[in-house]
Design a protein around this ligand. Structure first.
Ligand code: PGA
Length: 249
């Protein structure tokens, strides 16, 4: 049984003041939920103050991106080493906005995944198809490729520390969610692909979470599916009440 994981992706939103106020409410109201993992991914500027508030609460911190090198002349970048230093446990890798707006490819995603794992961070690796790819029935081919390239050279032990986030691009920020059945079909496919590469035993323990217009109204149906182990929530995670309802699905 995979422990459910609900993650908030705040993207480029929230000042430090807003982040701190949100984190305090989380710590006060939701830290007692021990049967699920709660993860918050604030912007880089808020990571440290939020880490200080979440310390000891059991609520985890994630960064939204990282660079694969440990240190050096990489202006504007942040390393896995630095993220660990301030208390991050997770890091998002290969979010579709990084892939489409900032030119990230699977090779870079793979370097980031391996850098994260090497430092003890748990990568939340995002994969998903566009509307055109779905309509031309290429969803499974695209996902198989993203999995193969993004998780290249990982061991069975590594895969146990990876979270896969299935985020169909046509559902992100559009208000258009995949139905629970559509998402479950893909999650089952992803688990099968992981099983072929890493073995059934390891793949059955991997958290595969869904992202794309998750809201309080659709979380229960999604979480009722056997291969949906959680959610990556964008827009609806910016409002405390709405995120709290999602976490308590
Ligand atoms: P959304 O974003 O919930 O606003 O669709 C999800 C994501 O991009 O992770």
């Amino acid at each position: 049984m995979v422990k459910p994981l609900i993650a908030a992706n705040w993207k480029m939103n929230m000042t430090t003041g807003e982040s701190v106020a949100f984190a305090r409410r989380l710590a006060e109201n939701l830290a007692q939920l021990k049967d699920r993992k709660i993860v918050i991914a604030p912007p880089f500027t808020s990571l440290y103050p939020v880490a200080e508030i979440l310390k000891g609460t059991g609520i985890h911190l994630a960064a939204q991106n990282l660079h694969w090198e440990k240190a050096g002349a990489y202006t504007g970048e942040i390393s896995a080493f630095m993220l660990c230093d301030i208390g991050c446990r997770y890091v998002l890798v290969g979010h579709s906005e990084r892939r489409t707006l900032f030119g990230e490819n699977s090779e870079g995603v793979n370097k980031k995944v391996r850098a994260a794992l090497n430092r003890g961070l748990e990568p939340i690796v995002c994969i998903g198809e566009t509307l055109g790819e779905r309509e031309s029935e290429r969803t499974f081919d695209i996902l198989a490729k993203q999995i193969k390239e993004g998780l290249n050279n990982l061991s069975t032990d590594d895969i146990r520390r990876v979270v896969l986030a299935y985020e169909p691009l046509w559902a992100i920020g559009t208000g258009k969610t995949a139905t629970a059945d559509q998402a479950e079909e893909v999650h089952g496919f992803i688990r099968g692909e992981l099983g072929r590469t890493f073995g059934k035993e390891a793949s059955s323990g991997v958290a595969i979470i869904y992202g794309g217009s998750v809201k309080p109204e659709n979380i229960t149906g999604l979480m009722a599916q056997p291969d949906i182990n959680g959610a990556l929530v964008g827009g609806a995670s910016l409002d405390f009440e709405s995120f709290a309802r999602i976490v308590q699905y």
